[in-house]
Design a protein around this ligand. Structure first.
Ligand code: SF4
Length: 387
């Protein structure tokens, strides 16, 4: 006799732990839990957590809950001309306990403009395509005004999806996929246990674009360590030159305790790049990007240059100049910039011209005895505290 499948009961509206920075205003709909791979050595987003696919009807229930609250909020906004904090609190009194979470998800989304939805968690496209399409259709019919539905996906998963199925997902409303490319170097990918190759990354990227879905690729400066820094920069650029994604997003490597790469680092098997090395690597990466029209985004707080953004090929020279200007500074100036940036006083190099902000960075350096000789250690401590 076949074993009975355990039926999971609905335990309420769910939200996963992370989303891309660019999805800050999106409504988060959790379609799977955690990551189906969960083995990348630099990632602790879902560490120790088991992957599962949420039952279709549970996801639909989550969407319906938010839709009900959105209707309430729209009614309030219509009645009072806008949604005030007072009215939000008043309406909250009538909300049942099990509806608190979807209610606040709806409030945040309403306030954020209700333009986009992000499907959580780490690899939504691993769900059965027909179920994902049902979810997309339900989202579209519940919120017909939305402009964007986006998701994370692994290249490994996407490369196996037939092009016509991917196209159907696009037609059903999935219009942007965020892929963690991280590196185009097979050696780097292997070392960090990414579970894909450059070839798979390229195939997946091209399939997404062919399906008419926007593609956002994340790259990770520093992932090759000192030893593979150059090949990491060159091969990553080469992969992206083959794909020409809509967006290239920079997310600098951090090596906090609790990830496998930290163990490699402690054991002396991975040598971390300094900020100066990372700037050199990024300069080589930007210089090696060719014949693409991608938009570069630096929307992660760990990045050394918040203003390293622009559209290729037009802004390439400006981006090269930002990095070269930093590398041309004397060590004391570089140290001030590193500290100012890590403390959030600086966004980009131009902030060094702001006397007030510069003074703040100088004061911290004086107070804590931060010099070019110890700045890397201080920054490592700061980053570890931050993440
Ligand atoms: S595939 Fe993405 S979410 Fe999963 S472990 Fe790797 S980096 Fe983390």
């Amino acid at each position: 006799m076949a074993a009975k499948q355990k039926i999971e009961s609905y335990s309420g509206f769910e939200q996963g732990p992370i989303r891309p920075p660019s999805e800050a205003n999106s409504l988060l709909i959790r379609v799977t839990r955690n990551c189906s791979w969960n083995r990348c050595k630099f990632c602790r987003a879902y560490r120790g957590k088991k992957f599962s696919v949420r039952p279709l009807e549970h996801v639909i229930k989550d969407i319906d809950s938010v839709a009900t609250h959105v209707e309430t909020l729209r009614g309030i906004a219509l009645q009072y001309g806008r949604l005030t904090q007072k009215q939000v609190s008043l309406a909250f009194k009538d909300i049942a306990n099990d509806q608190y979470e979807p209610y606040y998800a709806a409030v945040n989304w309403f306030v954020g403009g209700m333009e986009s939805i992000f499907l959580q968690d780490g690899n939504s496209l691993v769900r059965k395509p027909e179920e994902l399409i049902t979810i997309l259709n339900h989202i579209k019919s519940s919120f017909p005004w939305i402009q964007r539905i986006t998701s994370y996906a692994r290249s490994h998963t996407v490369a196996k999806i037939k092009p016509d199925i991917l196209e159907s997902m696009g037609r059903a409303g999935l219009n942007r996929i965020h892929v963690g490319l991280e590196s185009g170097s097979d050696e780097v990918l292997r070392n960090v246990n990414k579970g894909v190759t450059k070839e798979i990354h390229i195939k997946a990227g091209l399939n997404i674009k062919k399906a008419g879905i926007e593609l956002s690729e994340y790259v990770m400066p520093g992932l090759g360590g000192i030893k593979l820094s150059e090949i990491h920069a060159r091969e990553t650029a080469d992969a992206l030159n083959s794909i020409n994604p809509d967006f290239i997003r920079i997310r600098t490597l951090a090596v906090p305790e609790g990830i496998e790469l930290f163990d490699d680092y402690k054991a002396g098997n991975f040598e971390k790049c300094t900020d100066i090395m990372m700037a050199k690597e990024t300069l080589l990466f930007i210089k090696s990007l060719k014949n693409i029209t991608s938009v570069i985004k630096s929307d992660h707080i760990l990045n050394l240059f918040g203003d390293l953004e622009g559209t290729f090929p037009h802004d390439k020279e400006r981006m090269v100049n930002i990095l070269q200007s930093f590398l041309d500074m004397d060590p004391q100036q570089q140290c001030l910039y590193q500290v100012g940036r890590r403390l959030g006083h600086f966004y980009g190099l131009q902030d060094m011209n702001d006397h007030y902000k510069l003074k703040k960075a100088e004061t911290v350096c004086d107070e804590y005895g931060i010099t070019p000789d110890n700045v890397e250690q201080v920054i490592e401590d700061m980053i570890n505290r931050f993440i």
